[in-house]
Design a protein around this ligand. Structure first.
Ligand code: DGL
Length: 266
């Protein structure tokens, strides 16, 4: 069981911000990454669409005989985790629910969330953080263009900068103690975000999330113990763009490692 693969997915390169932390902490695992570049952005999709997409991806990972699936995608965690969590017999790690619990323990008064529209509409961060700490006020702001900006590396375009500045200015009215980058694509924008606000204000939840996964697998005695694996990458379209955009977190520089997964293209 220990050396069965770990599946990890997101709508594109975003989940690599989590994957980069996973391989730092757990280097003896057999990883399969799926970037659903064909269906990006998830954040503007309906619950029904996201359920179908997540179900297909979970079935794909089941066919690969995984021991666990890392939902390195806030949107699908927020919208589909509850429906999927009891349907599979592998472990499922959802980013929003895991990170919210840890954020609640920090006992902050005011927390801002930048996330996709589907995530903010679900209020999953607010609900999950306040489940563990009612003292924490949570302000959620949707940034519908940011995943695309990160994916296409448009962060230095004037329109992108204007959009990022305007969301920061709305958020600053809430005077948050911390702002969670509640979409795995947003750490790609940290350079530009930190031009207009202090870097320490932002939390990239990837480290917190991965620590939690590590502890869980350790306690369940499911940690892998072989160094020999090369991660495998699957995308549903456009591998060239995936390779280019990946560079900040994990340089997927060898196209041979990437398989276009036709079965998942809908
Ligand atoms: N990166 C994903 C998330 O964490 C989804 C972004 C998108 O495709 O809209 O929510």
């Amino acid at each position: 069981m220990n050396n069965q693969p770990i599946g990890i997915f997101d709508s594109g390169v975003g989940g690599l911000s989590v994957f980069a932390e996973l391989i730092k902490l757990m280097s003896e695992e057999n990883y399969i990454y799926f970037g659903d570049t064909k269906n990006l952005p998830y954040g503007n999709k309906t619950k029904e669409e996201l359920l179908e997409i997540s179900g297909n991806i979970f079935d794909f990972f089941q066919s690969k005989n995984v021991k666990a699936v890392v939902m390195a995608c806030n949107t699908t965690s927020a919208v589909t985790y509850n429906e999927l969590k009891d349907k599979y017999d592998f472990k499922i790690f959802p980013i929003v629910q895991t990170v919210s619990k840890e954020i609640a323990l920090k006992n902050l008064e005011r927390v801002g969330i930048f996330a996709t529209k589907a995530t903010t509409d679900s209020h999953a961060y607010k609900r999950e953080i306040r489940k563990y700490n009612v003292r924490t006020e949570v302000y959620e702001i949707a940034c519908p263009k940011w995943a695309d900006i990160a994916e296409k590396r448009l962060q230095n375009e004037p329109e992108s900068i204007e959009d990022i500045k305007s969301k920061l200015s709305i958020m600053s009215e809430y005077k948050p103690d911390k702002i969670i980058l509640g979409c795995t694509h947003y750490p790609y924008l940290i350079g530009i975000l930190s031009h207009f606000a202090p870097l320490e204000l932002f939390i990239n939840p990837a480290k917190i999330f991965v620590q939690n996964i590590y502890q869980d697998l350790k306690q369940s005695e499911l940690l892998g113990n072989k160094k020999e694996y090369e991660p495998k990458f699957y995308v549903s379209s456009n591998p060239e763009q995936f390779i280019m955009s990946s560079k900040l977190f994990y340089d997927v520089n060898n196209a041979e490692k990437i398989t276009i997964s036709k079965s998942l293209i809908k």
